[in-house]
Design a protein around this ligand. Structure first.
Ligand code: NAD
Length: 478
């Protein structure tokens, strides 16, 4: 087996303690790793690097492509940027993978049968951070979803399920409301699942899906979802599994991957040899699996389960009546090393299949659709509240093909034939639509006409048909 060169950062707070424990276990299991250590976190921020990492350390991460990272402190204020967000965006780490499983009865959990992996899209959705204030009363955050983004994460979820011998992939969206964005995610899920006939699939509307996940998580196996929903769901899953402090996560990109515990620096116990190294160790196990070093990953996991089962516990999971011996970070790691080669007798032993590396083919751009421009939604800042008067006045604005079809306020149709009970803000969406496709220059002429009539246009969104299909939502009540 080839030796992998990886980058390691010990971070802040309990970081150095849990990383030392993890590295000791990796060494004892004879993982085929060569390690370059870099410094990240508080000291680096205070040296003047606003992203918490030096350019040289960034180069090392880029060169080695695999990064095992301990938690870091991001100082408050002062223009400091989150290192995690920077690394995730810079290196295109599009998939966030978080297993959440019960270790009951050794770690208390309400759901002893739970064994779920949440795969969250990591780059798109509302987290692209494109936000604007448009009027005195209205702000906006753009929810951007792309076909390559959806395809990459959904294919990753199926490949992960196949590599880890998982039986089912569930897709969570809110496409009954967001038919274009969440609708695209669901549509791509239905397309991609056809390539994996051996894997069972289902789709859940996020609200009822999340309710079911917290009530009966054993019905789920792998869940794939959009960025925001995944952020919330993965914390719920970790919490109900009973193992927030024990969970690891992987951030996977086309070229690079970063592995870390989900907890923070735990400043209250830093330097006391009390921290549980399990979260980072689980991240290291994900890393070994990613590198194709399945045997080492399996050995560590089974020894870790055996140690927990023998009641050898760090203070965070120690419970009278269940635990046998309270140990520190170092002693816990030593116990795991002593158990290497053994399997648990009560908890389920893991057996990673051979060659279970996740293989992804690069995204291939689809042939362009026939795209026809049918009009535009013009957003106007207007401070009156008589929607009928506003619509009547605006309908005087027209071009040869474009005329006002409707006005909505926060998505609700208020012209023509609005009712006076609908509450209106100062932000009006005005739909100018043509019967036949128009040229872009006609939109420009329309905007000029709006300005000439004294209307303040704050933005526009063009209305298109793609391959003959209307590709924009209707107003509520339209
Ligand atoms: P935290 O996860 O550090 O701590 C929350 C609680 O859990 C504390 O009581 C802590 O003692 C306990 N805990 C956490 N990890 C533990 C472990 N391994 N063993 C035993 N107990 C453990 O969350 P916080 O207090 O909100 O954040 C502290 C710092 O960590 C902040 O500066 C925050 O910015 C940073 N943080 C970093 C990351 C990261 O680098 N990925 C993630 C989250 C928070």
């Amino acid at each position: 087996m080839n030796t992998a060169r990886i980058t390691v950062a010990k971070g802040d707070g309990v970081g150095p303690e849990i990383m030392d424990a993890t590295l000791k276990i990796l060494e004892a299991v004879d993982a085929q790793l060569e390690i370059d250590e870099v410094q990240i976190g508080k000291e680096v921020y205070l040296q003047g690097h606003s992203s918490g990492i030096s350019p040289e350390a960034m180069d090392t991460i880029r060169k080695n492509k695999v990064f095992l990272k301990a938690p870091i402190t991001t100082p408050q204020g002062g223009g400091y940027k989150s290192l995690n967000v920077s690394i995730r965006k810079l290196f295109g780490l599009y998939a966030n993978v978080r297993p959440a499983f019960s270790l009951s009865p050794y770690v208390a959990s309400k759901h002893p049968e739970m064994d779920v992996v949440i795969i969250r899209e990591n780059e798109e959705d509302l987290y692209a951070g494109i936000e604007h204030q448009q009027t005195d009363e209205v702000v906006q955050c753009l929810k951007l979803m792309s076909r390559p983004g959806c395809e990459k994460i959904i294919r990753y979820a199926f490949e992960y399920a196949r590599a880890h011998k998982r039986k089912k992939v569930s897709c969570f969206t809110k496409d009954n409301i967001m038919k274009q964005t969440d609708g695209l995610f669901h549509k791509v899920f239905d397309e991609v699942k056809a390539d994996y006939p051996e894997i069972e699939t289902d789709h859940w509307i996020i609200d009822i899906g999340a309710a079911r996940l917290s009530d009966t998580p054993e019905r789920f196996d792998v869940i794939v979802t959009l960025n925001l929903y995944g952020d919330v769901l993965s914390d719920i899953a970790a919490q109900i599994a009973g193992s927030v402090g024990l969970a690891g996560s992987a951030n996977i990109g086309e070229e690079l991957a970063m592995f870390e515990a989900i907890h923070g620096t735990a400043p209250d116990i830093a330097g006391k040899n009390e921290a549980n190294p399990s979260g980072l160790l689980q991240a290291a196990v994900q890393m070994l699996h990613y590198l194709g070093q399945n045997e080492a990953a399996e050995k560590i996991t089974n020894a870790w389960l055996r140690t927990l089962e023998e009641g050898i516990h760090t203070p965070d999971v120690y419970r009278e009546g269940v635990s046998v011996r309270k140990v520190g970070t170092r002693e816990f790691a030593e116990s795991i090393i002593e158990c290497l080669g053994q399997e648990p007798t009560h908890l389920k032993a893991v057996h990673f299949p051979e060659g279970g590396k996740v293989n992804l083919r690069p995204y291939v751009r689809k042939q362009s659709a026939v795209k026809e421009l049918l009009g535009t939604d013009v957003f106007i800042h207007w401070e009156g509240n008589d929607a009928n008067a506003f619509g009547d006045k605006l309908s005087e604005v027209r071009t040869p093909n474009l005329s006002l079809q409707m006005v909505t306020n926060r998505g609700v149709k208020v012209w023509p034939h609005g009712i006076k009970e609908t509450f209106c803000t100062d932000h009006w969406r005005c739909r100018f639509e043509a019967k036949e496709p128009v040229k872009p220059t006609e939109i420009i002429a329309l905007l000029q006409a709006c300005a000439d009539h004294g209307f303040e246009v704050i933005k526009t969104e063009n209305l298109y048909r793609f391959d003959g299909v209307r590709s924009y939502s209707l107003g509520q009540g339209q």
